[in-house]
Design a protein around this ligand. Structure first.
Ligand code: HH2
Length: 332
């Protein structure tokens, strides 16, 4: 693995000779005057180039992925939705401000027990069908590690797959994604949900997570998944201590070096409780919004959140303050 390139993100500054867009962002640039030598053209392009559209969405502004868990046991919103009608109502509200709806039928919180595939399909597919039957056209991602669930969800109207195992859990998953020609999010996790928070360890968490994602991107493309349909995610909270999560968030911009859109899911997670002392996951909204704004300022393209309307409000203000850097003159 070559040395990690750490672009220094800058906002409030027009793009010009010395400030290039970070990963195609309209709001975030990076200083291309590298201390200690020039970057080669390929590395510069990977850090700056505009990412391919995802599910019809341009990725030059941060996009919100609203979480719709149809599970009895998710860590913060499990058991809240009353059947298909309840989930549809929540989807209708979320779709007013979310760019993508992420529907999950299996909790992957620390200590969660796996759900039989038939049960996961029975939880998610009727909700996806109901959303489509109601004429809600917002792109839907299916949050699953299982190929049969992904296939059933795509047949019912889902548009992309969000796999927290980065195609390692089910040997058939890569083929399902490749055949369907849909985007996929590859997320890093250390261990599986049941045991992942039992003393997670890394030598260099940022380098190891980047190495893992680079290898999974290679495996996905080798399985026939187009590179421009792959999204990467450092997997906040998946086999990580609060200190590991903070290191990954501080270094988030480095992930743009892989040349792919970055998704971040930190919403209401335990490390926010550890740092703030807020015990109840549903009360961690303000902390979650702070992390979302930090991720936006690091050029993350997709923010996976429970509290769509609060995050949208904060993001709208951040976007107004950050300005639109595209096509501006040099900042001199
Ligand atoms: N986090 C969770 C689930 N899916 N997918 C991606 N890509 N990134 C994440 O960080 C991520 C994810 C866990 O959060 P949640 O869905 O709220 O809880 P649960 O797994 O208990 O349903």
């Amino acid at each position: 693995m070559p040395a990690i390139l750490m672009p220094l993100p800058v906002t409030h500054r027009p793009v010009g000779a010395h400030v290039l867009p970070l990963a195609g962002s309209r709001h975030v640039g990076w200083s291309a005057v590298a201390p200690g030598g020039a970057l080669d053209d390929a590395a510069r392009a990977r850090l700056s180039d505009r990412r391919a559209d995802l599910c019809g969405l341009t990725l030059d502004v941060p996009r919100l992925m609203g979480i719709l868990n149809v599970t009895p046991d998710s860590f913060s919103d499990g058991g809240l939705l009353d059947g298909v009608a309840g989930a549809l109502e929540r989807a209708r509200v979320m779709a007013r401000q979310a760019d993508i709806l992420d529907i999950g039928g299996e909790s992957t919180r620390p200590g969660a027990t796996p759900v039989p595939v038939a049960e996961e399909i029975a939880r998610t597919v009727p909700v996806i069908r109901a959303i489509r039957d109601a004429g809600i056209a917002t792109p839907i991602s299916i949050d699953t590690r299982n190929a049969a669930v992904a296939r059933a969800a795509l047949d019912a109207g889902a548009d992309m797959v969000n796999d927290v195992s980065a195609l390692t859990h089910d040997p058939d998953m890569a083929a399902v994604v490749a055949e369907a020609g849909v985007p996929v999010c590859l997320m890093h996790a250390q261990g599986d949900p049941q045991t992942m928070q039992n003393d997670p360890r890394y030598g260099d968490v940022l380098a190891e997570v980047m190495d893992f994602l680079a290898a999974r991107v290679e495996a996905a493309t080798a399985a026939g998944i187009a590179r421009d349909r792959i999204v990467i995610d450092p997997g906040i909270g998946f086999g990580k201590t609060a200190a590991h999560n903070i290191t990954l968030l501080q270094g988030l911009a480095a992930f743009h070096g892989l040349g792919l859109p970055v998704l971040l899911g930190a919403s209401r997670k335990r490390f926010i409780g550890t740092i703030t002392g807020v015990d109840r996951a549903a009360d961690r909204v303000a902390g979650s919004v702070a992390v979302a704004l930090h991720a936006a300022a690091q050029g993350a393209q997709i923010l996976r959140v429970h509290d769509v309307s609060e995050t949208r409000q904060a993001l709208s203000m951040w976007q107004a303050l950050a300005g639109d850097n595209q096509g501006g003159a040099d900042g001199a």
